[in-house]
Design a protein around this ligand. Structure first.
Ligand SMILES: NC(=O)c1ccc[n+]([C@@H]2O[C@H](COP(=O)([O-])OP(=O)(O)OC[C@H]3O[C@@H](n4cnc5c(N)ncnc54)[C@H](O)[C@@H]3O)[C@@H](O)[C@H]2O)c1
Length: 382
């Protein structure tokens, strides 16, 4: 008899699969990782041995085609996500995919529709949506703590690449260095844009933004040499949400501070929430609340129900947050209902915002959303 657990195949045996994805699946008794695929066969084999995964392969297509798998988990470099996710959905698998699914939001939306038609669930790697603190804050918002939302401020920033000698993967090796390429806004903007949509309860109606290249030359991971890299290593945008709230988002990987570097603030008619996910002195996150009668922000304890089994505030945020993400996805698949939070449909809305901010910067103007009806943006060209 076929076992009742969800059978998962993971694509990509790199750093993030090892520190977040595979530990998340293996922590959930409803799931079993049965195969790991990596185009680098040694990496697949090492990973299989380390995590006691029964099968390792270098052939990702054969892995995706296996009829005995329920879920494909894509933890490969960004430029491969679209092809892998498309193949997995076409093969009838539920898909967890690291962000972005595609550089152009229309592709992500197309895959969201494909999944819906086939009754499949999708999930984006929006890690920070699943932090116990962000989940607790959302439950307070749902209970009416904030009331009508006025202003959302979001940050995702740290100093991971302040040192130009720290090797970075090129966004596009063939890019014209005269034009700034999107980097931080996509890599770091996506999760905090997602939290903003989710907490405010609305999409953006229009945005205006700017991007900067602060560190002109960097060490390139593929070549081990320094070269000009005209990429966005810091950016800011303003937005108006469709429900009347307004917001700002700032992302950077050259701003001094620790991981994950998220701060989400929501100010409303009845209350305000500041959720800070910056690992400091062993604590990964804090939630602080204020009300009209108590304007001094007070830190509140995050209730235990928002932690995964065995989780605690001093656990590494990588495994802690991902355990919640995977438990949520497994629940959505096994329950079989309509619920699919943080999936490709949400990812498409986030990517559309990113594409709109790119356009705003390159054309130096406010850009209205949805982008439909406008010519494809730069995101579509890559
Ligand atoms: N959500 C988050 O907070 C977060 C954090 C870190 C990384 N990430 C994302 O996770 C992904 C992986 O990052 P990483 O740091 O582990 O990278 P990595 O380079 O360490 O690992 C990626 C692995 O994928 C393999 N690979 C490439 N093409 C493949 C294919 N077609 N099939 C199977 N394997 C293939 C590579 O050989 C490599 O081993 C990236 O998209 C990254 O942006 C997300």
């Amino acid at each position: 008899m076929r076992e009742s657990r969800l059978r998962v195949g993971v694509l990509g045996a790199g750093a993030w699969a090892r520190s977040a994805h595979i530990p998340g699946w293996q922590r959930d008794p409803r799931c079993a990782v049965v195969a790991i695929g990596d185009v680098a066969p040694d990496r697949a084999r090492d990973c299989a041995a380390h995590f006691a995964i029964p099968e390792a392969t270098a052939d990702w297509q054969a892995l995706v085609a296996r009829p005995d798998l329920d879920v494909i988990d894509i933890v490969t470099p960004s430029h491969t996500h679209l092809a892998l996710a498309t193949t997995a959905l076409e093969a009838g698998k539920h898909v967890l995919c690291e962000k972005p699914v595609a550089y152009d939001f229309r592709e992500t939306r197309r895959l969201a529709a494909l999944a819906r038609e086939r009754g499949l669930k999708t999930k984006l790697g929006f890690t920070f949506r699943y932090s116990p603190g962000v989940q607790y804050a959302k439950s307070l918002i749902d209970e009416g703590f904030v009331g009508r939302p006025f202003i959302f401020n979001g940050y995702e920033q740290n100093s991971q690449w302040l040192d130009p000698q720290n090797p970075l993967r090129q966004v596009d090796p063939d890019a014209d260095q005269a034009t700034l390429q999107t980097s931080s806004l996509e890599g770091y903007g996506a999760p905090i844009i997602d939290i903003g949509h989710w907490w405010v309860g609305a999409d953006y109606a229009r945005v205006v933004g700017t991007m900067r290249n602060f560190i002109p030359e960097r060490m390139v991971r593929a070549t081990g040499r320094m070269m000009r890299m005209n990429i966005d290593d810091g950016d800011i945008f303003l937005g108006e949400y469709t429900n009347g709230a307004i917001g700002s988002i700032q992302t950077s990987f050259v701003t001094i501070g620790n991981y994950p570097g998220i701060e989400a603030r929501l100010y409303g008619e009845r209350g305000a929430i500041i959720c800070r996910l910056v690992e400091e002195f062993g604590v990964a996150e804090t939630v602080r609340l204020a009300t009209p009668d108590g304007v001094e922000f007070k830190e509140v304890a995050i209730p235990p129900r928002f932690y995964p089994p065995g989780g605690h505030p001093r656990e590494s945020w990588r495994s802690l947050f991902y355990a919640n993400l995977i438990a949520d996805f497994a629940g959505e698949i096994l329950d079989g209902g309509e619920r699919n939070a943080g999936g490709f449909a949400d990812g498409a809305r986030v990517q559309e915002t990113i594409n709109a901010v790119e356009r705003s910067f390159h054309e130096r103007r406010w850009v209205d959303l949805p982008l439909d009806g406008e010519a494809p943006g730069r995101g579509a060209a890559r």
